[in-house]
Design a protein around this ligand. Structure first.
Ligand code: IMP
Length: 209
């Protein structure tokens, strides 16, 4: 990061101790707790502190992660970590993107969301490419308003029909580059070693510890 005078600023380090995980998804909180445990981090879930979930009004994954982390840090008086992620399909100019969760509708029906991706790609015709990537943005914020952000991605193609029952969300239609199985068919450990989330966490860990 550089300051107003173009000078490179050192990345702020995260001291061992309490860290609010600004997510109301218990699975995510558990996964993050396991990843950061070795660094002496004591995770506290936003739900256990009764923190509100802010509206995701940002126009980028990083902006949304930052607004969630900054609000949690401000309200709790502790450092806070938030993430935002989604699937971007090149032929759809990055859709579903920031709206990846919303394409599944109020009942969180990812069969429907995957069908929508497929239908929109069909509308583009046979020459439209199948390239896509998952993005994961992580933001670490402190109560004084300082924030550090990291972005990870994994590149692949959209395949049809959906394959596999592992993972979640769009995993059955995403096949990472260099592999002939979808994330939905992949052993979770294998996915977690190469995913957009793994990439973002590797960058965060290398920078702040
Ligand atoms: P959020 O980051 O919790 O807002 O989730 C964004 C949405 O992106 C999720 O509901 C999923 O639809 C999609 N998504 C993010 N990461 C993955 C992944 O690893 N596999 C499949 N879908 C994902």
């Amino acid at each position: 990061m550089s300051d107003d005078f173009g000078q490179e600023q050192a990345i702020r380090k995260l001291a061992p101790g309490k860290l609010v995980i600004a997510s109301h998804n218990p699975g995510k909180v558990r996964e993050i707790a396991a990843l950061l445990g070795p660094y002496g981090i004591e995770p506290i879930s936003a739900a256990s502190l009764d923190l509100p979930e802010p509206d995701e009004t940002g126009t980028t994954f990083i902006a949304n992660a930052e607004l969630k982390a900054l609000q949690a840090a401000d309200l709790s008086g502790l450092p806070a970590l938030a993430d935002d992620s989604g699937l971007a399909v090149e032929a759809l100019r990055g859709d579903p993107g920031l709206f990846s969760a919303r394409w599944a509708g109020p009942t969180k029906d990812f069969g429907l969301a995957m069908q929508l991706v497929h239908d929109r790609m069909e509308e583009k015709g046979p020459d439209a490419g199948h390239d896509a990537h998952f993005v994961c943005a992580l933001a670490l914020a402190w109560p004084d308003g300082h924030v550090e952000a990291f972005e990870g991605r994994v590149d692949g193609i959209i395949t049809w029909p959906p394959r596999g029952t592992q993972g979640f969300g769009y995993d059955p239609i995403f096949q990472p580059i260099g592999h002939d199985i979808s994330f939905g068919e992949m052993d979770p450990d294998q996915k977690h070693a190469m995913s957009h989330r793994a990439d973002a966490f590797a960058k965060l860990v290398a920078a702040v510890f």
